[in-house]
Design a protein around this ligand. Structure first.
Ligand code: G3H
Ligand code: 13P
Ligand code: ZN
Length: 305
């Protein structure tokens, strides 16, 4: 059943677990997510980036997720990193149950202003809003921790931001980065900052760039020709601790991409006669499902549907 982000995250807050959010671009990825979530009886957030909307078309995505949401689990259809007001408005009017407004690269006052406007439009229709304060994108290029810290979320500012905007969930920056190369040195997150933010902010917190970057997939993809240098993610141990300290939405895209990549490359390399797309994409879909199930278990959302 299609539900709002607010609903699943408030349940997660009560139960002290996190709800996994997975990015989709096509039918196979969506099916893998839903199959994994149904098998483990987990609520799930299905999210599309602006790029996914451009790739697949909003009508296809909404129609597919509406079919997927007939499954006996709570499903949220969420816009990931909404930056373009036109796209944000389009999703609000097209059946999404939640949107993220990402104005984190704008100066603080402009971030507040844009977020408030999205909250006004979305709440009128009963749709939830995730906003971001502190920058997650781009920090992977920075080398030192002090350089990164300039982008980290300030706890006091986070509280003021939530009070002013009335958003329903807040994405924070504590050291993660998008993509497969998250850490130049030793992987670590600023847990002290997370604790301070949690103390001050009374809405669910979101961790972006949270993929594990499973070395099993990295090695297999490389074995069959992928170029992946310095691929390193947020270990299960780090993620479990972040959830213990209050993270309630865990964003995952890279792990699914790596599972897809490894499986597809292996199939192509091993089965030279396969030319039917179903023979090529079927094993990749199964591997994505395995990655989804692993994330559900680490998030603690198994049997919470
Ligand atoms: O946070 C970004 C997600 O991985 C989506 O990436 O913009 O390439 O679809 P994308
Ligand atoms: P990963 O690149 O770590 O999977 O993060 C995805 C994400 O944050 C989507 O918004
Ligand atoms: Zn993100």
């Amino acid at each position: 059943m299609l539900v709002t982000l607010k609903k699943v995250l408030l349940d997660a807050e009560k139960g002290k677990y996190a709800v996994p959010a997975f990015n989709i671009n096509n039918m196979e990825i969506l099916q893998a997510i839903i199959r994994g979530a149904v098998k483990l009886k987990s609520p799930v957030i299905v999210q599309t980036s602006e790029g996914a909307i451009e790739y697949a078309g909003i009508d296809y995505l909404v129609a597919m997720v509406k079919v997927a949401a007939k499954a006996p689990i709570p499903v949220v259809l969420h816009l990931d990193h909404g930056k373009d007001m036109k796209i944000i408005k389009q999703t609000i009017n097209s059946g999404y149950t939640s949107v993220m407004v990402d104005a984190s690269i704008l100066p603080y006052e402009q971030n507040v202003k844009k977020t408030k406007e999205v909250v006004r439009l979305a709440h009128k229709k009963g749709i939830s809003v995730e906003a971001e304060i502190g920058a997650i994108q781009g920090i992977e290029d920075l080398v030192s921790v002090s350089e990164k810290e300039a982008f980290f979320t300030d706890p006091k500012q986070a509280k003021e931001f939530v009070d002013k905007t009335k958003c329903d969930a807040l994405a924070i920056s504590i050291g993660t980065a998008h993509g497969p190369c998250k850490f130049k040195g030793k992987p670590m997150l600023d847990f002290k900052r997370l604790q301070e933010i949690k103390k001050m902010v009374n809405i669910p917190l979101v961790l972006h760039g949270a993929s594990q970057v499973d070395q099993k997939y990295v090695q297999k993809a490389k074995k069959y020709g992928a170029k992946l240098v310095n691929a390193r993610g947020v270990s299960d141990v780090l993620l479990r601790h972040a959830i213990k300290l209050g993270i309630r939405k865990v964003n995952t895209d890279t792990d699914l991409r790596l599972a897809f990549n490894a499986a597809l490359r292996e199939t192509i390399a091993k089965d030279k006669t396969a030319y039917d797309p179903r023979k090529l994409l079927g094993p990749a879909r199964d591997e994505i499902q395995r990655a989804v199930e692993h994330r559900i278990i680490v998030c603690g959302s198994r049997n919470k549907a």
